[in-house]
Structure formats: C-alpha cells, structure tokens
Design a protein around this ligand. Structure first.
Ligand code: EPZ
Length: 439
C-alpha cells in the first residue's frame, strides 16, 4: 500500500490548478443512465472514485470512452443489468446514485444497501422514502435494495419533504423525477453547488428542473431524455484544502481554475482567522498566510454553511494559531477520526461530544500516522507540511479517492512530499519521477 513521506517546514509558493469536482462528476456520470444517447463530460477528476463509477457503468452495460484523460463519453444505449453490486457499493457509497436513474428509465433497480463508513452510519432511508413517494415499491432483500416502478413502468411525480437536507438523496430523487409522470417538488432539498451542476446537465439533456441550488426544487417529468455535453465545476473542497495549505505554511499560493463563489462561508471564516485571501478574478484566488493567525470557533452545516468536508483541514490549521477554538461537527456523527492522529503529532485537542476543542499554537512533530477517510487524510498531509521532521502517512488510498495526485501538486508548490509505492513484492519506490506527467 502506498504511503506519503513528508518533511515539514517549507512554505508553499507558486500556482496550482484545481481539478473537477468529484462530488459533481459522480452524479453526472450516473445521470447518463437516464438516456440511450451519448453524454460527454469534461473536467472529470482523475481520482479513484471516478474509476469505480466508470466500472459500475461498464458493469451494467454502458460504454465509457475517454478521448482524453479528463473527458468521458458515456453511452447507456444497451443496459442489460439493473444492479449496483455489493463489491462496488462497499468501496464507494455514491454507487447508490445509480438507483434513481435505473428505476426512472427501466422501472427496476437493485443496489446493495451501503453499510456505515468511518464518518458515520450514513443511512439512505430518505432516498428510499422518496422513491416510495414517487410510486415505487422498495424492498430490502438479502442486503440489497430492490425497487420497482408501478405497473406501467413509470414513476409518478409527488411532493417530497426531506426530513434532513441530504446531498445524494436530493440528487437521486431529482434524477428519478425527470422521467416521472407529472410534477415533483423536493422540499428541504440540499443546496450544494454540485446539485446545481447536475441540474444544469439534466436540463441540457432535455429535463425540466427548476430551483436547483435552493431548498425547493421543482421537476416536470418528460417522456425521455437526450444526449448532452457538459463541463464539471471545479472542486471546492480541493480549493479549500489548498487555501489552508497556503495559509498554514505561511506561503503564497495562486489557486487557479477554482470558483470562489462556491466557497463563501469557508473564505469568510478563514479571513476572520486572519488568512489573506484575494480574489484575482472569477476563477483565481491568491492566498498568503500571515504570522499572526487567530483561533475562531466553527460549526459545520449543509451548504451554504461551513462545509463538513473542510472540518478536518480547518482543525489542523487551528492547531497552528493563537488561542482556543471549538469545532462543532453537526452533519456526521463520527467525523473526528483525524483527532487521535493529530494528537500523535503533538496537537492539543479535546473531544466533547460533537465538538473538538483545539488549543494553539503547538509545534507539531513528524510521526507515523494512519489515514482513516478522505478528508482526514488531507488534514494529516497539512499537518505533515508544518511539522518538525518527517511524517509518514499510511493508507493514502483514502486520499486518492478524491484528490488528483495531491502530492505532486503540493511538490510543485515546493512542499517536501513524496509517495512511497509498495509493490506487491513489498519493494518500496518513490514517485519523484512522476512529476513530468502533471504538466
Ligand atoms: C455527500 O454525501 C458528499 N458525498 C459527502 O462528501 C459530504 O460530506 C456530504 O454530502 C455532506 O456535504 C458525495 O456527494 C458523493 P448527506 P451524502 O446525505 O450525500 C444523513 C467527501 O468527503 N442522512 O447529505 O452521503 C447522513 O447520515 C464526502 O467527498 C440520513 O439520515 O451526505 C448525514 O448525517 C464524504 N438519511 C446527513 O444526513 C439519508 O437517507 C447528511 O448526509 C441520507 C442522509
């Protein structure tokens, strides 16, 4: 298994380009199941979850061509299998996004019920409840969700009130409703920019979706959908991670190909901490860390609130600033797996229920640490970049799920970081030769 070796202390300087958003590319790829015509997606990030989604599409009978690394041409004209199997779902919960499109277009779908994950139990009851309201019969059989549309094979529009704002729940129901008869209204829908991006693609395919990005989404069902071409939005969480990287190393980083308007709450909080963030233009930010950063409390919330996917990275920053900060995690019930690893590096963090109390500043020292989930891994990379000495992060396959070659991007900014590959024979090699490929 690959690991990262990092030696801290170098300020990051230079330019970095942000990749496409994993959490938009995944539902947009699933949306291709809704039509027999070709859907072309540009700016797809080269990360492991995308490879898993591609495999799911090919397993059900779709073809996925990649004329270039970040462009996928998906044709779901010959779907023969209406199932997302356990082997795939257990590696990536977002496989449940196949449920809505399969059910809507073919009137049947079988998806393995995702289990819990490192950050929480993460049930999909709100997804399933929504499909029932669209007229589907939903059963659990041997660990699989088996859903069937009414006799005529078409779902029926309905008014759905989500008990909780759910991102993939909103995406699944929005996709399903595009081919239902009549109107569907989603109340208390999630408002993340990725939902807006998916709706833009659906409307290019001929759907009639209004209000995406707000808490009320209306969808008028249509008979069928066509092909389309769409460019995925930049990844706002990768953007946030590099803003923190520039600030925590007291560096000077220009972040290109991003969308500052998708990170308003995060940027406001970091400015309040004292980070200098300049919007050079609509897609470029300049970040420079100042010596005197100060502690600020934060509470994670659904968009447009402070993103839970930036909580771990923010915590690492709070270990390096003056004062005490309270970090309240309200979206997931178990998203503090990074705390014990940061404590191993010398961080002073106390957990009190869903709140972590951080005392700073402390000098972190390099150590061997274990990545537990995608964003926790990013917080450990940031800690390694400022720690004294060497840090070794194991199980970096977690970070590869959602960051495109983060170590090469950090190295291009002057960070002392490399990937240590462990071959099947156990031989170790470094990826320092790989930089050229990034250009
Ligand atoms: C999406 O997950 C993202 N994943 C997550 O990003 C992100 O952390 C999360 O939204 C919140 O922003 C993708 O888009 C692929 P939710 P999702 O449904 O949709 C509860 C990353 O790091 N809930 O909005 O699974 C749930 O348990 C990942 O890139 C129910 O109770 O999150 C949680 O407490 C991690 N029943 C809350 O709602 C349901 O049916 C919000 O979850 C659905 C959700």
């Amino acid at each position: 298994m690959d690991k990262f070796r990092i030696t801290g202390g170098k300020p990051l300087r230079g330019r970095v380009s942000i990749s496409g958003a994993k959490n938009s590319a995944l539902p947009c790829m699933a949306a291709a199941i809704l039509t027999s015509e070709r859907v072309t997606l540009h700016n797809i990030p080269y990360v492991r979850d995308i490879i898993t989604q591609r495999r799911l599409l090919e397993d059900i009978g779709a073809t996925v061509l990649t004329p270039e690394l970040r462009t996928h041409q998906i044709s779901a004209s010959h779907i023969e299998i209406f199932e997302a199997p356990y082997d795939l779902v257990k590696t990536m919960r977002a496989s449940v996004l196949a449920l809505g499109p399969l059910l809507a277009r073919f009137g049947k779908a079988k998806v393995s019920l995702p289990g819990g994950c490192a950050i929480g139990t993460r049930p999909i009851d709100l997804h399933l409840r929504g499909f029932e309201q669209l007229g589907a019969e939903v059963k659990l059989e041997a660990g699989d969700v088996v859903a069937r549309a009414p006799q005529d094979g078409r779902l029926r529009g309905a008014e759905i009130n989500f008990a909780k704002a759910t991102v993939t729940g909103t995406e699944n129901l929005m996709m399903a409703a595009t081919l239902a008869t009549g109107k569907t209204i989603l109340n208390n829908a999630a408002c993340e920019p990725e939902i807006d991006d998916l709706a833009e693609l659906l409307n290019k395919m001929g759907a009639r979706v209004r209000g995406a990005g707000t808490s009320t989404i209306e969808i008028d069902g249509v008979e069928s959908l066509g092909g389309a071409e769409h460019t995925i939005i930049p990844d706002r969480i990768e953007t946030g991670t590099f803003i923190v990287a520039g600030a925590i190393t007291r560096g000077d980083v220009e972040i290109r190909d991003c969308r500052p308007e998708h990170s308003v709450a995060l940027i406001a909080k970091l400015k309040d901490v004292g980070v200098q963030i300049e919007e050079l233009n609509q897609s470029t930010l300049r970040v420079s860390g100042t010596p005197k950063l100060r502690a600020r409390d934060v509470t994670t919330e659904p968009h447009p609130g402070f993103p839970t996917d930036m909580q771990a990275q923010y915590m690492t920053l709070m270990t390096q600033v003056e004062g005490r900060s309270a970090i309240a995690e309200t979206v997931f019930e178990n998203r503090f797996m990074h705390v014990s690893e940061l404590q191993r590096m010398g961080a002073r963090i106390q957990i009190d229920g869903h709140t972590a109390i951080v005392e700073g500043p402390v000098r972190l020292t390099g150590a061997r640490v274990l990545a537990s989930d995608l964003r926790a891994s990013a917080s450990l990379v940031l800690a390694g970049l400022v720690a004294d000495g060497e840090t070794s992060i194991e199980r970096v396959y977690h970070i590869d799920r959602g960051y495109e070659r983060i170590e090469a991007k950090m190295r291009a900014l002057g960070g002392d970081i490399e990937r240590i590959r462990e071959s099947v024979t156990g031989a170790l090699s470094s990826d320092l030769e790989g930089d050229a490929a990034m250009a």
